[in-house]
Each structure stands twice: as C-alpha cells, then as structure tokens.
Ligand binder design. Structure first.
Ligand code: SF4
Ligand code: SF4
Length: 199
C-alpha cells in the first residue's frame, strides 16, 4: 500500500492543476464518450505513484474485469513494442474511463478546443506549459520512482521485488536498468530533482 500522505499530496497537485487549468480550458469540447485521446494518441504516461494506485484498484475489480484489463494491457505492451498506437486498456466498451477518478495526470492535463479526430488536441500554450510543470511536481513527489507508459509501469509493479523496493522508498535504478531502457522509462529523480511543492 502507498502511504496515505503521498496519495493526499498527489490529489492536492491534481486539484491545484485543475483549478489553474479552468482559466485556459473554458472553450474545451471534452465530454463523456469523446475518447479519441484514449484510443489514438498512443501514450498514456504516468508515474509509478499513479500506477501503484491504479494497480491497487485493478486488484479490487471482479475477476472477470480484472482478466479483461490484464489482457488489454498485455495487448497494449505488444503494440507499443512494435511502435503502434494502442487503445487504452482502461477504456470500456461505451468509451468511458474505467478508472476515471484515479486516471493519471497525462489524461487530466489534456483538453481540446477542437474535434481531436485526425488533428490531435488543440490546447493553449500556457496550458501545455502548466501540464509540464505539474507533471514535474508529481515526479518530484514520486522521487524513488519512474515515469513511462502505464502498461509498462504496471508490469514493473507486478514484480514482487521491485514493488517491495519501491514501496519501501528505497532507490535502486540499477536493478531495473534493462527493463527501463527497453520500455522507455525515465528516472523521476533525474528528470525532476527538486522537492515537490506540498500543500
Ligand atoms: S481531448 Fe479531444 S478526444 Fe479527448 S475528450 Fe477532449 S475533445 Fe475529446
Ligand atoms: S486512463 Fe482513462 S482517461 Fe486516461 S487514456 Fe485511459 S481511458 Fe482515457
């Protein structure tokens, strides 16, 4: 289990971001069921901190759902390793997010002022800069951890030794060097070394 204080700080970072983003995203066209950003963007990035929360939720899902998501994650990994674009494993058949309340920041920081289909999201420059700053705060909060595609981080967290090391707060990047390099993970402490802004 993650320490409650870490989860609270993460929620506080999300809340501050959402408050500031309101200024930029007044014209956003985002609505439930509009999910081009969950199917055709190709990178649902997260931090290990966010992935650990999602893993915990995944383990509490009924067996059938759990197996369905596990299969979709395995498919995702295969597609990503072939440089393809993967529909997010957490998007259900109605194009709704299965883990909306704990979705990673990469999903929270995105909005668009035009139809995304075929064009990608249209965000204001300030909002993109803000998203970059906020993600760096999350990485700094998650300083013994890593960032990368959620499907790869969940696989890493399935490893009992890695999980034990990570949840204890110990930092041993040399132990995951090969996996991290092969799957494009970054070391949070290296990319965002400064202390997080806590509430
Ligand atoms: S970012 Fe684009 S695809 Fe995603 S919800 Fe908003 S408008 Fe729809
Ligand atoms: S986690 Fe949810 S919001 Fe994010 S890409 Fe997946 S389905 Fe979409």
């Amino acid at each position: 289990m993650l320490p409650l204080s870490l989860e609270k700080n993460l929620e506080a970072i999300y809340a501050r971001h959402a408050q500031t983003l309101e200024e930029y995203a007044r014209e956003a066209l985002c609505r439930p069921g509009c999910a081009f950003c969950c199917t055709d963007v190709g990178a649902v990035d997260a931090s290990t901190l966010e992935a650990a929360r999602i893993r915990h939720r995944l383990l509490s899902m009924p067996g059938k759902e759990q197996k369905h998501v596990a299969r979709a994650l395995a498919e995702n990994r295969k597609t990503l390793m072939q440089k393809g674009i993967a529909r997010c494993a957490f998007l259900n058949a109605e194009n709704l997010c299965h883990i909306y309340d704990i979705r990673p920041f990469s999903c929270r920081g995105l909005y668009s002022e035009r139809e995304c289909k075929g064009n990608g999201a249209a965000m204001r420059r300030g909002a993109r800069d803000l998203a970059g700053q906020t993600f760096r705060q999350i990485q700094a909060l998650d300083s013994p951890g890593y960032s990368g595609h959620i499907a790869h981080l969940l696989l890493l967290l399935d490893d009992a030794d890695f999980r034990k090391t990570y949840l204890s707060g110990a930092f041993h990047p040399e132990r995951i060097h090969v996996f991290g390099k092969a799957h494009g993970l970054v070391i949070n402490r290296v990319v965002s070394p400064s202390a997080p802004v806590t509430p």
